[in-house]
Design a protein around this ligand. Structure first.
Ligand code: FAD
Length: 410
């Protein structure tokens, strides 16, 4: 049988896997099956420039449509894979098709975590994961309208920033005592609360949303457990995601908080790979297993799986990084700060809009949150990879150029 790689999912990771398979010299057949009606596109702009209407869909595609034709890829969109038969090395789709594979790549990504609270199905209650979600939300973008954001994580705050810039009255309801609680230090969280307030956004922390109330099937307010209510023409819920692992579970692959893969993106079946948001993978640089929700991870795992399939071992070994754009702020995060014992601040988060927080563990740099500080972010990527030990006073001292930090090692 001739080689046939089938990719389930048509997101960022899938797009990269297609490109890398051809770059690595794969000449066999490639089929990519995605349940959305679009070719692979970049999700980050969905809560940023695309939501703001500054760019159209042509600018969010991962590769131009001609790319797939040029690379001879069979693309099946609007098609869901419903079943994998590992013994027969075949899969079934919701269109009733059966396809055989020699290698299978699961790039099924993740989906939003839904809030099944009373009134969740009223018109005007949205989630944000897809191009179609943005199109629906944008129909409510009217100057002077009222928007409630449920969840003060990255996506909620990015939507809040875009909506506020459109003259919409925005309230963010966050259950935790601070915004972005899951991912940043209180110093960074307080800074973002300050900026959002300066931009006219109301932030309510410790707010446990209890339901959505409406009139004639349309959202009118969002209620909280303490009896408070917030008027809303529309609400955007951003309370996290969950990996799409059902196909993997049903065909008996190892799954534990994501589809379990090794450093070559192989699942427990040597002919099946998994990449992107749906995986739980080892990170040799950090010495732990992770499930990440980031473009960088999706791209790098796409490259690794393609190389493995082509018989070239390029183990995944990356320091994670991520970014968030809100107003004129570019937050760049690299490393994982969990477990830090010292947070060192460079710059002043209480004034202005530029600073960095370095996270140290036993004297070694493990992560940085950099706001409008590209040099701090870039240098930290290198320093974290070599587990550099840097004295806190040097990191804090703005008279020392970041380039000079390169001299420090583990
Ligand atoms: P996905 O992009 O989720 O793609 C998987 C695709 O597979 C989906 O289309 C899904 O519907 C499809 N699929 C699933 N099951 C099946 C099936 N059975 N059959 C067919 N198709 C199937 N990351 C950053 O690094 N920086 C950012 O600033 C950032 N901003 C973001 C903003 C938003 C609004 C969102 C939603 C995400 C953001 N992310 C960001 C996260 C980033 O977009 C994801 O980590 C990335 O898209 C993961 O790519 P993926 O290919 O693994 O999964």
């Amino acid at each position: 049988m001739s080689e046939h790689v089938v990719i389930v999912g048509a997101g960022h990771a899938a797009g990269q896997a297609v490109a890398s398979l051809r770059q690595e010299g794969f000449t066999g057949e490639i089929t990519m099956i995605g349940n959305e009606p679009y070719l692979p596109y970049q999700r980050p702009p969905l809560s940023k420039k695309f939501l703001a209407g500054e760019i159209g869909i042509d600018r969010v595609y991962f590769k131009p449509p001609e790319f797939y034709e040029k690379e001879g890829v069979n693309v099946k969109l609007g098609t869901r894979v419903t079943e994998i038969d590992r013994k027969a090395k075949s899969l079934r789709t919701d269109k009733g098709e059966t396809l055989s594979y020699t290698k299978l790549i699961l790039a099924t990504g993740s989906r939003v975590r839904e809030l099944n609270l009373p009134g969740f199905d009223l018109d005007g209650v949205f989630y944000l994961r897809t191009v179609d979600d943005v199109d629906a939300i944008r129909a409510y973008f009217n100057k002077g309208g009222k928007c409630v954001i449920v969840g003060g994580g990255y996506i909620g705050l990015e939507v809040a920033a875009v909506a506020a810039k459109h003259g919409i009255d925005v309230t963010v309801l966050e259950m935790a005592p601070m915004v972005m609680a899951r991912v940043v230090d209180p110093i960074v969280s307080r800074f973002y609360e300050r900026v959002h307030k300066e931009e006219g956004v109301k932030i309510v922390t410790g707010a446990a949303v209890s339901g959505f109330e409406g009139k004639d099937g349309k959202l009118a307010k969002v209620t909280c457990g303490d009896g408070t209510a917030h008027e809303a023409d529309f609400a955007v819920v951003g309370v996290g995601i969950q990996p799409n692992v059902e196909l993997a579970v049903e065909c008996g692959l190892g799954v534990e908080n994501g589809i379990t893969v090794d450093e070559l993106c192989r699942t427990s079946d040597p002919d099946i790979f998994a990449i992107g948001d749906c995986t739980n993978h080892p990170n040799p640089l950090l010495g732990e297993r992770l499930r990440l929700e980031s473009v960088h991870n999706a791209l790098e795992q796409g490259k690794t799986a393609a190389a493995t399939i082509c018989g070239k071992e390029k183990p995944y070994a990356q320091i994670p990084w991520f970014w968030s754009d809100q107003y004129d702020l570019k937050l760049q995060i690299t490393g994982l700060s969990a477990g830090y014992d010292e947070a060192v601040v460079r710059g002043n988060p209480d004034e202005g809009r530029s600073f960095a927080v370095f996270y140290l563990k036993e004297g070694r740099l493990i992560a940085v949150d950099a706001v409008n500080r590209a040099p701090e972010f870039m240098m930290s990527k290198q320093l974290i990879a070599k587990q550099a030990r840097i004295p806190a006073d040097k990191l804090r001292d703005e008279s020392i150029n970041m380039k000079e930090m390169a001299a420090y090692s583990g």
